[in-house]
Design a protein around this ligand. Sequence first.
Ligand code: ADE
Length: 229
Amino acid sequence: MKITVLTLFPEMIKPLLNSSILKRAQDQQLVDFEIINYRDFSTNKHKTVDDTPYGGGAGMVLSVEPIYYALTSIENYETAYKILLTPQGKTYNQELANKLVYKENLILICGHYEGFDDRIRDYVDVEISIGDYVLTGGEIGALAIIDSVVRMVPGVIGDEGSYINDSFYSGLLDYPQYTKPRDFKGKKVPEVLLNGNHKLIDKWRKEKQIERTKQRRPDLLEKYQKNNK
Ligand code: ADE
């Protein structure tokens, strides 16, 4: 899988791509990252990438030209799946992540400043928001998408498919987990996890998943029950 990020702030992105599991995924050649700075595609000698808004108003607007030229400089950009990060987009969730993992080429376009020229929207396949709050730009959103997608690329997380047990993957929140010690200041690990009876353990875990989801995310439980009728 190849993931290209278009941004004015590569320094916000690079350190996270070069840490932990994302770094290991690159080292194992399971994923290839490229960061493109659209300042390198500025159409003027001052290397600016924004301008004042037509119609007036405060702030600067990111121009369509540098973004378009940066985008079209990417090999296979036509067939790549192009995502624009914006608070106006579809709200990101696990279901979307599960679909993105099947794309061979992803391009993530980060907006910044007060906004971008609306014509940029014509060159993307989907607009994604990572939640109902406004960030200074799309970079943190791009990283959230990259992290959640790359961890599902086969081979990235040790155990093949271990993410299947994650919160959200099944549509339910995760069950509680414990490790040593068995007793911490009187707080004991549930007995059922200590007896090695895997049928009983699986049953207990499923019950806990449903209980937790009911308590914390009744909206998810309702959706899960509808889908598993
Ligand atoms: N850019 C600014 N806010 C954002 C958000 N919530 N999601 C994605 N991109 C953004």
